[in-house]
Design a protein around this ligand. Structure first.
Ligand code: CTP
Ligand code: CA
Length: 225
């Protein structure tokens, strides 16, 4: 793999990548999460390390092995992920938010296990999490900022809107309603949208392959910045 891909494209560059789905605690033993496997973010981290970048992978809980040459930091919920990404952001060259961040978390976390005896119907009130990517977009100073959009309909429209609203340099839009794309599968069908309004559509490919393409586009973007 190294011989095939490693061209030193990101030598001397500091890259931070988030991956996986956040887990928002309900009580000490339960959480709310999503179907993200973490594969896409891990593939990007691996591809960036193969291009000689200094890579920090901020990972939610996953079943994946740590890619070689990558520094890993584990987080559980959106607020921890937010702190970790912000602590590395100021001196990085590129940041990629591939994590599936829970939009909501339980408003209060029970300190003891909730017992079924006390509830026939259990209502859990949810409150919104911070939009981590939006916050990074607000404070970026030359960093190449990449976001994802998982959509079931009007993929390009929604993608363009997110790219603009979050002040991104590139957005990876996925049609998660298509077979072989999105959550918990090894492949993806992606469109790359750029802030100058251009766009590239790709056929179905493995997340590892897409990771290499994304890394190549980041290196091109950094040259122009
Ligand atoms: N994201 C984030 N913080 C959040 C929610 C999302 O940083 N609280 C990031 C994701 O990591 C992704 C991008 O924003 O890179 C888009 O996530 P997505 O869920 O598609 O968009 P949202 O802005 O949350 O809008 P919605 O889910 O309502 O479509
Ligand atoms: Ca969301």
């Amino acid at each position: 793999e190294k011989a095939l891909f490693g061209k030193g494209l990101l030598k001397g560059k500091k890259i931070i990548v988030s991956a996986g789905g956040t887990q928002e605690a309900i009580d000490p033993v339960r959480y709310i999460s999503n179907r993200s496997s973490g594969r896409m973010g891990y593939a990007i981290a691996r591809a960036a390390a193969m291009e000689d970048a200094d890579v920090t992978l901020v990972s939610c809980t996953t079943a994946l092995p740590v890619p070689s040459g990558v520094k890993i930091e584990y987080v559980r919920d959106a607020r921890e992920l937010c702190r970790a990404m912000n602590s590395h952001f100021d001196d990085c060259d590129a940041a990629i938010m591939a994590a599936a961040v829970s939009d909501y978390r339980p408003k209060v976390q029970a300190t003891q296990k909730i017992k079924k005896e006390s509830h026939d119907v259990l209502n859990i009130e949810l409150t919104q999490n911070p939009d981590i990517l939006y916050g990074l977009g607000q404070k970026k100073k030359g960093q190449f900022l990449v976001g994802f959009a998982a959509e079931t309909n009007d993929v390009i429209e929604h993608g363009k809107e997110k790219l603009k609203r979050k002040n991104l340099d590139m957005l990876v839009a996925n049609d998660v309603a298509m077979p072989g794309a999105g959550f918990n599968v090894p492949t993806n069908i992606a469109s790359l949208l750029y802030k100058d309004g251009t766009m590239e559509q790709y056929p179905k490919m493995t997340k590892d392959e897409l990771g290499h393409i994304i890394v190549e586009k980041i290196s091109e973007g950094l040259k122009q910045q």
